[in-house]
Design a protein around this ligand. Structure first.
Ligand code: GCW
Length: 682
């Protein structure tokens, strides 16, 4: 059994080009480890495993700079005064987690130095150096100075204490609560390595639909064991806080955030946690959303709830990530408007260690959503991005969809909140409104499957999330290139077609699922496959018909000023663009407008024909993916080749299912024939 599936992007495949091996070897005649901290040991081990495997020989390790062409690593204070001085400008340019990789001349000998202000930053530098070798980049005259642009780069596990994972499609939860704390699964270590390699520095272990038991000593002891494993890799542990925990596990009569006993309970609980885990990150909270308890149960608001918890963790340097994913069954007029309406008036009222976590779009992780109007609209409040890495609405772990394309589209979107160029990325990295507390969260797609993520290509979404959390301005194509090289092969014959396939895959899924701004028409509950006809759920805002509003006159949700006026939540420039049919991007058309079946699209087709052709195009694109992949056989190991081949066949079958189901259903309303070029459903 090969471990390729398991090894993610840390394959460290042996280089088969002797010239390249000679070239690298000549620049790395030895490894010098200047420190002896836990993180430093981890970095050394990674360098040894990585370089020895890739270059096919054992590189000697030493603790002093003796010789030449050495690879020297250690944090600033471990460096020779002369080297420190040489790098002084670079040290000024980096932040706490930033690193320097530089070819220097020391006592007339050339060396490569990897350094940063602390040993975690050095570890990031080490992984970045390994990536250069993994991806066949030159290590000549290196001069890399790189810092992450956000502080909190975090995975949100929606993992339940019974081992199930909400919206998880890659097996059971990684956390084996039953065997912890004594049993440390090798997976915990490899999970930490993989995360550190892409700069992820936090993990919320538990589901936002929270269970208070995680806060009891029985579980905290287990959480502590995980925190101990993750610490050398720079990964802080966070937990979800169930708002009613003071009642459920504390024996109190209330969880009212203004009640003195409740305030005290959370203070004591925080003290207890920090005693075990001094670098505990803080709490993530879903309150008064989809039935979760919260401050509103006591007539208080989100600010009261968040600030009370923030006070409890503040003495220890903890943060509270308070989610803005709220929508009420009592106001079903337009769900897309609710989070903004509720949260924007709170701007400026949250404590300094509160960060509001906002999903990328105003509904719920759809294949395509316009950016959430809250971004840029709360200048006095730090907002963090919540992306979903697990593919709840995007074909689970069965469909190949490269999400960094989606993430990039959102990050690049211009909010215009401070004039042109006020991108979502600038809100998230704090530069638009001058915030120090910044972050990006990704709902994890990781589970106990051998390959971690269910689909071999879903590993790229974990990877890409981490890279974008580090640098929200990175290009999805660069990410795909790095990932393919370090996961599969450096052969251009493989990279070119596979990269193209990945880059097109997100638009492909949009085409066969929800073209032209359609959304939330997945079958209900599980959200897999089409279900535009569903109309009988208890809550109207859970029914697909609520979102597409198809009738004889046309289709789409009118959110323009003639409709729900959700467009007014955007800056005037953006509102105007979306309001006006002539300027609203066609990819968002039915998100913002209800238009007739005969509405003329920019290519001259009627809406009905154009929509039918988009569904067909999605199917055609998956056919192409199948062909592309089949042609890669000689470049890939049989195991992964076959897995992806089988998965693509399912994706093709299901793309047709989506096309046929949606077109047959909508045809009842349009009353029109399918245009030429669209396959008739059988
Ligand atoms: O996307 C929806 C999911 C729920 C999830 C919720 C949320 C954790 O369908 O399963 O609950 O969002 O983000 O809170």
């Amino acid at each position: 059994f090969s471990q390729r599936d398991y090894k993610l992007w840390l394959q460290y495949e042996k280089k088969n080009n002797p010239e390249l091996v000679r070239e690298y070897s000549s620049k790395i005649s030895g490894i010098v480890s200047l420190e002896n901290s836990e993180s430093s040991k981890v970095a050394l081990k990674e360098l040894e495993v990585g370089l020895n495997d890739m270059l096919g020989k054992k590189i000697p390790v030493q603790s002093k700079i003796e010789g030449e062409n050495l690879l020297v690593f250690g944090s600033k204070l471990s460096l020779d005064a002369e080297i420190q001085k040489k790098l002084s400008k670079d040290f000024e340019a980096i932040n706490k987690d930033g690193f320097i990789i530089k070819t220097i001349s020391h006592k007339n000998k050339k060396h490569i130095v990897i350094t940063g202000k602390n040993d975690i930053a050095v570890l990031y530098g080490v992984f970045s150096f390994l990536r250069l070798v993994q991806t066949n980049k030159s290590i000549d005259n290196l001069n890399i100075v790189d810092s992450p642009k956000t502080n909190i780069r975090i995975l949100n596990h929606w993992d339940n204490l019974d081992g199930t994972v909400e919206r998880g499609y890659a097996g059971a939860s990684l956390w084996n609560w039953q065997k912890l704390p004594e049993f440390i699964d090798q997976r915990y270590i490899d999970y930490a390595r993989a995360n550190a390699s892409i700069g992820i520095n936090g993990t919320v272990l538990t589901n936002v639909n929270a269970n208070a038991l995680i806060l009891t000593p029985l579980y905290l002891e287990k959480v502590e064991a995980l925190a101990n494993v993750f610490r050398p890799y720079g990964i802080k542990v966070y937990l979800t806080a169930r708002f009613s925990a003071p009642i459920e596990i504390g024996g109190l009569k209330t969880a009212d955030p203004k009640d003195a006993t409740v305030i005290n309970w959370w203070k004591e609980k925080s003290k207890e946690i920090y005693k075990r885990i001094p670098d505990f990150g803080g709490f993530l909270v879903k309150a008064n959303s989809e039935g979760q308890p919260g401050p509103q149960n006591y007539g208080r608001d989100h600010v009261d709830g968040a600030n009370m918890l923030a006070d409890a963790v503040a003495p220890f340097g903890g943060v509270v990530m308070w989610r803005a994913f709220v929508y009420s069954e009592h106001d079903a007029s337009d769900r897309a408007k609710q989070a903004y309406s509720e949260f924007v008036p709170y701007d400026g009222r949250f404590k300094d260690n509160v960060i509001v976590q906002v999903k990328n779009g105003a509904i719920d992780f759809q294949p395509r959503e316009p950016f959430h109007p809250m971004f840029g609209a709360m200048p006095k409040t730090p907002l963090m991005m919540e992306f979903q890495i697990t593919q709840e609405y995007l074909g689970f772990s069965t469909h190949l969809v490269f999400l960094p394309k989606l993430f990039q589209e959102v990050l690049e979107a211009d909010t215009y909140q401070k004039g042109k160029g006020s991108t979502v990325a600038k809100v998230v990295d704090g530069s638009l409104d001058n915030h120090k507390l910044t972050g990006i969260a990704g709902v994890s797609n990781i589970g106990s499957d051998i390959n971690w993520t269910g689909h071999p290509f879903a590993q790229a979404n974990w990877y890409g999330f981490g890279r974008l959390a580090w640098d929200p301005y990175l290009d999805a194509e660069t990410i795909a290139d790095e990932w393919i090289r370090s996961t599969f092969s450096n052969d251009e014959n493989f990279i070119k077609p596979v990269k193209e396939m990945m880059m097109d895959s997100r638009e492909t899924a949009v085409n066969y699922m929800t073209p032209l701004g359609l959304h939330h028409i997945m079958d209900t509950g599980h959200h897999y496959g089409p279900g535009p006809w569903v109309s009988d759920l208890g809550r109207p805002d859970w029914n697909p018909v609520y979102y597409h509003k198809a009738d004889k006159n046309g289709i789409g949700f009118d959110r323009s000023k003639t409709g729900s006026n959700a467009t007014s939540q955007y800056a005037p420039e953006v509102a105007k663009m979306y309001d006006n049919l002539a300027t609203c991007p066609e990819k968002d058309l039915l998100w913002f407008h209800h238009v007739s079946w005969d509405y003329k699209l920019k290519n001259g087709r009627t809406l009905w024909d154009g929509m039918a052709l988009k569904y067909q195009q999605g199917v055609d694109q998956v056919e192409e993916m199948v062909k592309t992949w089949n042609a890669t056989e000689k470049y890939v190991d049989t195991e992964r080749f076959k897995e992806v081949q089988m998965l693509l066949q399912i994706q093709l079958k299901e793309a047709k299912w989506w096309r046929d189901a949606c077109l047959l259903y909508f045809q009842q309303y349009s009353g029109k024939q399918l245009p030429e070029g669209v396959e008739k459903p059988t």
